[in-house]
Design a protein around this ligand. Structure first.
Ligand code: FAD
Length: 317
C-alpha cells in the first residue's frame, strides 16, 4: 500500500520507522532483532536507507595500496523484501542519485516493482568522501528532482511497449526530503523551499523532514511551505540524542541546531546513560506536542536505538 494512502485513510497520527542496512557481512537477523520490539506499535511503513559505495585503500602484501570501492551497508532492496515478507509492513526503500547511473536506477525500480514494493523516497545523496561537493555519476542524476522525474516517467509507463502497458507496470508513491532548518547548501530557507515545491510539482506526494530538535522550526517550516503553495503532507523526522558527542556531531553532519535548554541539560550529564534519559524525555515531549498538533505521521530515525524509540512510542500511541 502507498504511503499516501496510509496517510489519507488514517484517523489518527501514524508511526513509522527508518532503519539502516546492517554493515556488510551481518545477516538479516540484525534487522529483525532491531525491529521486533518496535512492531507492537504497528508502524504504517518502514524506511530503509540507501548508501553509496565509498573509495577505500586496501594494503597489498607488497606494502602498496589498491583503490577499491566498498559499499559498507548494501542490501536495501533485499531488506525491503524481507520486511514485507516477515512483518507484512510496507517498506520504503530510499533511492539516491549519488553513485548510480540512470540505467542502474531503472533496474532497481524494476526489481522493486517485481517485489510488489509501492513506495520510494527519492534523494540526491551526499557528496562522496573524496568530493568537495556532490558530483553526479556519469550518466546519472544531479538533483533529487531529476531522479524523481525518472520515477515519474516509469510510473507513466512511457518506456513500455504498447502491448504491456496495462500489465502491472509500476506506480510508485514518491516521497522527498525537506529541511526545516534549510539544506546546508541552500543560501536561505525560501530558496530551499522553492526547490522543494519544484519536487512536489514534479510528482512528490509527501515530504519527510530532516531531524530537528525544536518543534517551532518544524511548525514554521510547514507554514512557509504552505505559503509557497506546497500542500502535500510534511512528516516530521525525529531522532533521540543518546550521547554527549552527538552535541557536536549532529550540528556538523546534519546541519541542525540544538536548542539551548537541550544542550544545557546534556552538558550537565555525567555519562551517556544520563544523556539518554534526557534525550528520551526531550523526544517524548517533541512527539507529544507534534501529535497534539495533528501531524499525519511521527517518523522516527531508529539508528541503532530501538529501545529509546520504544520507550517514547509506548507513551504516545
Ligand atoms: P535535492 O533536493 O537535490 O537538494 C540538494 C540541494 O540542491 C539543496 O540545497 C537544494 O536546495 C538544491 N537544489 C535542489 N534542486 C535544485 C536545482 N534544480 N537547482 C539548483 N539547486 C537545487 N542520504 C543518503 O545517501 N541515503 C539515504 O538513504 C538518505 N536518506 C535521507 C532521508 C531523509 C528523510 C533526509 C532528510 C535525508 C536523507 N539523506 C540520505 C541525505 C540526503 O541525501 C542529503 O541531505 C542530500 O545532501 C540532499 O538530498 P535531497 O534529496 O534533499 O537533494
Amino acid at each position: 500500500m502507498k504511503v499516501i494512502d496510509h496517510i489519507n485513510q488514517a484517523n489518527k497520527t501514524l508511526v513509522s520507522f527508518e532503519i539502516l542496512p546492517p554493515l556488510k557481512g551481518k545477516g538479516i537477523s540484525a534487522i529483525y532483532n532491531h525491529l521486533d520490539p518496535l512492531m507492537e506499535f504497528k508502524p504504517a511503513f518502514i524506511n530503509v536507507t540507501y548508501h553509496r559505495s565509498e573509495t577505500m585503500f586496501k594494503k597489498q602484501a607488497d606494502g602498496s595500496f589498491t583503490k577499491i570501492e566498498v559499499r559498507k551497508r548494501p542490501g536495501t532492496v533485499g531488506i525491503c523484501a524481507a520486511i514485507m515478507q516477515h512483518y507484512n509492513v510496507d517498506p520504503v526503500p530510499h533511492l539516491i542519485c549519488g553513485g548510480f547511473s540512470k540505467e542502474e536506477t531503472e533496474n532497481a525500480l524494476i526489481d522493486l516493482a517485481f517485489l510488489g514494493i509501492d513506495n520510494v523516497l527519492v534523494l540526491r545523496g551526499d557528496a562522496a568522501r573524496n568530493e568537495a561537493s556532490f558530483e553526479a555519476e556519469p550518466g546519472g542524476h544531479r538533483y533529487a528532482i531529476d531522479l524523481l522525474r525518472q520515477v515519474v516517467d516509469i510510473n507513466s509507463g512511457i518506456y513500455l511497449e504498447e502491448e504491456v502497458k496495462d500489465h502491472g507496470n509500476a506506480r510508485f508513491c514518491i516521497g522527498v526530503a525537506g529541511y526545516p532548518e534549510k539544506h546546508f547548501e541552500s543560501p536561505n530557507r525560501n530558496t530551499d523551499i522553492s526547490y522543494l515545491k519544484a519536487k512536489v510539482d514534479a510528482g512528490a506526494e509527501y515530504v519527510v523532514t530532516q531531524m530537528f530538535f525544536d518543534n517551532r522550526k518544524y511548525f514554521e517550516y510547514v507554514d512557509m511551505c504552505r505559503e509557497a503553495g506546497i500542500t502535500v503532507p510534511i512528516l516530521p523526522g525525529l531522532k533521540p540524542i543518546t550521547s554527549k558527542k552527538q552535541m557536536n556531531i549532529l550540528p556538523r553532519i546534519f546541519h541542525v541546531d540544538l536548542p539551548t535548554d537541550l544542550s544545557t541539560a546534556i552538558a550537565k550529564c555525567k555519562s551517556d546513560e544520563e544523556v539518554e534519559i534526557v534525550g528520551t524525555e526531550w523526544l517524548l515531549q517533541q512527539s507529544r506536542e507534534l501529535k497534539a498538533a495533528g501531524v499525519p505521521v511521527l517518523h522516527y530515525y531508529t539508528l541503532g536505538k530501538p529501545k529509546v524509540i520504544w520507550n517514547v512510542v509506548k507513551e504516545i500511541v
